[in-house]
Structure formats: C-alpha cells, structure tokens
Design a protein. Structure first.
Length: 150
C-alpha cells in the first residue's frame, strides 16, 4: 500500500508503467466536475470508476483484495478511511475471477489510515483494504483499475 499526494503520483510510474496513463488522465480531467460513471482509459488495462458511494463504518466495511488489477483510489469530496491488512494475514475466501475480487466477510482490518482529497492510496494484490469508511453519508471517489504487469 502506498499513500501520497496526487502531485507525487508520477514518482510511482517505475512500479508499473501503466500508472503514467493515470497521471496523464488526471492532468487533463477534473474529477470534481466529472459525472459519476466508468471511463476506459487504456482498453482493459486502465479504467476509471468514478462513483458516488454510500457511507460504511468500521463495522460495516469489508476487506477485499484483487489479483489482476491494482487500485489507485482517490477521495474527491471528503476524507476516506481505509482498513488495511496484508494478504498474508487474511484467511482463505473464494476469489471471484469475473469481478477480480475476494471479499473477506467479517474479517476486521488490522489497522486504519485516512486519505484526504488531494491524496491517493494504491492497493496492490497483497494489500487487503476496506474502503469507504467516511463521516458523511456519501463520498465521490475515483477508483483507477490498473492491470498488474509482471
């Protein structure tokens, strides 16, 4: 997991060259004014889901992981707290290959971190994360899905 400011996102392109497509998209688009929806950026390798998501609490948020895609998550309208547990500490649960997600039921995160608008969090396949823990009823957030390159 990486947390940093959006201005520094370009420094992480060495980890995955497809991150450059996210950096370029952010330079030419204003997430604040964009409508919620799905935006293909580079075929199926880089996509954006801009969503209005309902509030979750630490009690209702669930841990998830992905195998094929990396999440770059950016809160747009308010601070967002993420639960975190490393994959190596999570129990075995069924992977949904069609949706590229494993949901870990009632397993609670080991720790929490808050990300503010103007910042991002990157979740790699080894990062269990529980998103959308917010103080408000709803959050506008960007989730860039980036193909894992080995």
């Amino acid at each position: 997991m990486i947390i940093d400011t959006i201005d520094n996102l370009g420094k992480y392109v060495a980890l995955n060259p497809l991150f450059a497509d996210v950096v370029e998209f952010l330079k030419s688009h204003d997430l604040q004014t964009m409508e919620a929806g799905s935006y293909p950026i580079k075929e199926k390798d880089v996509t954006l889901k801009l969503s209005l998501t309902k509030q979750r609490t630490k009690e209702t948020a669930f841990l998830e992981t992905h195998i094929d895609m990396i999440d770059i998550q950016i809160p747009v309208t308010c601070a967002e707290t993420f639960g975190y547990s490393p994959l190596c500490d999570l129990p075995a649960f069924e992977y949904n290959a069609e949706k590229d997600i494993t949901k870990y039921g009632d397993t609670k995160p080991q720790t929490y971190v808050t990300v503010n608008p103007g910042q991002f969090a990157i979740f790699f396949p080894q990062d269990g994360h529980a998103p959308c823990i917010i103080e408000k009823e709803e959050i506008k957030k960007a989730i860039f899905k980036v193909k894992v390159i080995e």
